[in-house]
Design a protein around this ligand. Structure first.
Ligand SMILES: Cc1ncc(COP(=O)(O)O)c(C=O)c1O
Length: 415
């Protein structure tokens, strides 16, 4: 496509954008079990209005935009309360879970280098930890030591311990991990770090908002936040179960000393002193303002209500999967994520099942190994599970009758 030689009209370009969406997954009515989170039209409207007010503002320099400094501090403060970080807790907003995790990896590397002179650092983490850790190790030059999970899909802590050596700068646990939706034994992982005075990052990108509320709703949630000795940082994605606009996460450190390893400052160019809190230079204010607005709009009782709704839908879906003999639920969900595969992979290709569901409008993540379909269940799905299960049955019958095969596809694409 070439740039039009004369600009088009406003209504024209906006109509074209709306047209472009025609084949996208219908997330507003709950057809996406991944990628999008929806707490209702009123919440979306608040996020969009707040985003629009700050779409040009830039948090790279909060001297010019003290409002964004305040917005960031208040958002981080709320997240700190959820994480029980206490007055010492110190964090930044980032553009998403990946940037938060990259910063945790970078901070661990810097700390190892400065405090212990480590030049060949490694990270010990379960195979279930998110791909963003792999990216961080690759970007920042650390060795990734992936340790197979146990039969319950949780981190195998003794095996992790055996992989730690003098060059280990970081151990990782997830609350919950993405692939099967279970929470790692955070206290045991953090104890490995505490005993060696190294970093322990808890990936709370998925659970950081909801686990606090699930505990308050009476669910048995094992300790996972800063109340656990040895945890040094936690990532929490607001653009997931915080229901804010895309581009908002928080990386929280136990204290400012640990947070200092995250930041970057240089004056080695002709443009003066340049400091940045994360990967980004220019840091758009839109997602920050939208997060602030949605969090204040929803309030504590709003998040409690949304956590109950998402959990209700997740339990209903898990029960429906368990009731289908051809499917196997990988694990009882600890939060709002679940995955299922074929009871007999020789008879059923779950990627073909995903194809059949997509033909009916439902989008699920395809993952493996082992070949599985993954559902991130959020508040929008409350009341929609019956319709999904009806289509799940129809799709299953179709695939079994046809003996169809499918492609794994990708969790994230490079096109
Ligand atoms: C557990 C976990 N960590 C990290 C991430 C990465 O987050 P993002 O896609 O916002 O970069 C995800 C994304 O789904 C996740 O599930």
């Amino acid at each position: 496509m070439a740039l039009p030689s004369h600009g088009l009209g406003r209504d024209d370009v906006l109509a074209q954008l709306d047209g472009l969406k025609a084949d996208d997954v219908r997330w507003r009515d709950g057809h996406a079990f991944t990628l999008v989170y929806n707490a209702g039209d009123d919440v979306l409207a608040v996020a969009e209005a707040a985003y629009a007010r700050y779409s040009s503002e830039n948090a790279l320099n909060t001297d010019a935009f003290p409002s964004l400094r305040r917005i960031q501090n208040e958002v981080v403060g709320i997240v700190g309360d959820w994480l029980q970080a206490g007055p010492e807790g110190a964090g930044f907003m980032t553009s998403g879970g990946t940037e938060s995790i990259l910063m945790a990896v970078k901070a661990a590397r810097e700390r190892g280098r400065k405090e212990r002179n480590i030049t060949a650092p490694n990270v010990v983490l379960p195979t279930s930890a998110h791909a963003a850790f792999e990216k961080g190790c690759y970007y920042f030059g650390l060795e990734s030591r992936r340790i197979p999970v146990g039969a319950d899909w949780r981190a195998d802590v003794p095996a992790m311990e055996a992989a730690i050596d003098d060059n280990t700068v970081l151990v990782v646990g997830s609350a919950p991990q993405y692939p099967q939706g279970v929470i790692d034994p955070i206290a045991d992982i953090a104890a490995l770090a505490a005993a060696r005075d190294i970093n322990c990052h808890v990936d709370g990108c998925m659970g950081g908002v909801t686990l606090t509320y699930l505990a308050r709703l009476g669910h048995d949630i094992q300790p996972w936040n800063f109340t656990v000795p040895g945890v040094t940082s936690i990532s929490v994605d607001l653009h997931k179960f915080g229901y804010t606009a895309k581009g908002a996460s928080v990386i929280m450190h136990r204290n400012k000393r640990l947070r200092n390893y995250q930041t970057y400052v240089t004056d080695n160019w002709l443009g003066g002193l340049y400091g940045s809190s994360g990967v980004l230079g220019t840091k758009g204010g839109g997602a920050m303002a939208a997060a602030w607005a949605v969090m204040n709009y929803l309030g504590d009782d709003g998040y409690l209500r949304l956590a109950a709704a998402a959990r209700r839908a997740c339990e209903q879906l898990a029960a429906a999967v368990v009731a289908i003999p051809e499917l196997q639920l990988r694990a009882a969900p600890d939060a709002m994520l679940l995955a299922f595969g074929a009871a007999d992979p020789a008879r059923l290709d779950v990627y073909a099942l995903a194809d059949a569901l997509w033909r009916r409008g439902w989008y699920l993540d395809r993952q493996g190994p082992p070949a599985s379909l993954h559902c991130t269940v959020n508040a929008v799905h409350d009341g929609k599970i019956d319709a999904f299960v009806t289509d799940l049955h129809a799709s299953l019958a179709e695939v079994l009758a046809a003996g169809a095969g499918g492609e794994q596809g990708a969790y994230g694409t490079v096109e």
